[in-house]
Design a protein around this ligand. Structure first.
Ligand code: ZN
Length: 213
């Protein structure tokens, strides 16, 4: 086994419990359901193509956003980012989206709606979370990284603007060989949201492709 990715001794804290084909409007994918062995959290991996440790592979860790992914909210860029990731994977014929159900950057849908109510009164996304007593970003990506290992990956082309996601994957021994920026067209409310993500949360927006070491 090469250094840095999964070895015989790696003990995963997630297990793959079900797998099926999933034809979509964007293309034909496979879908796998994972369960955490340490909490009641569930994950989904949407993937296609031959996945192996030597081929740099497109991946996205996508955090559930009911409002954006399902209802097409234009308060954020989540839905377009998810669909763009699926289209890039379809075009390349290979890749993985790990969908983690940490709604609202980990605070849950009800609290996210509370935060939206504060935003209706003028708070930005960071101020709203702080006023509700939540961390600005309560997500962690540890088990998402494990899912990528379980699927056999090692070298990643990460579709993300979020430096924390890149760091989490590297901390777990995965190799980030490229970052694929995920800037999508955004309408007014999302443009404000993206400005806050860039200025207060360090997201890498309005920049070209780069290759983090
Ligand atoms: Zn969203």
């Amino acid at each position: 086994m090469k250094q840095g990715c999964i070895s015989e001794e790696t003990k995963l804290t997630v297990e793959r419990v079900a797998e099926a084909d999933l034809p979509t409007q964007i293309g034909d994918f496979k879908i796998a359901g994972y369960r955490s062995l340490t909490s009641d959290e569930e994950f989904v991996a949407l993937y296609k193509g031959e996945l192996d440790r030597d081929t740099p592979t497109l991946v996205r860790i996508h955090s559930q956003c009911l409002t954006g992914d399902v209802f097409g909210s234009i308060k954020c860029d989540c839905g377009p980012q998810l669909h763009r990731a699926m289209r890039l994977i379809e075009a390349e014929g290979r890749g993985v989206v790990v969908y983690q159900q940490q709604e609202g950057r980990g605070i849950g849908i009800i609290n996210k709606i509370r935060a939206y109510a504060l935003q209706d009164e003028g708070a930005d996304t960071v101020e709203a979370n702080e006023r509700l007593g939540f961390a600005v970003d309560a997500r962690n990506y540890h088990q998402c990284a494990e899912i990528l290992l379980d699927l056999g990956l090692c070298k990643l082309k990460v579709m993300s603007n979020n430096p924390k996601k890149l760091e989490a994957l590297k901390d777990f021994g995965l190799q980030v060989v490229e970052r694929v920026p995920m800037e999508v067209e955004s309408r007014e409310p999302a443009a404000d949201y993206l400005r806050v993500k860039k200025e207060k949360m360090g997201h890498l927006l309005n920049s070209g492709r780069n290759n983090p070491k």
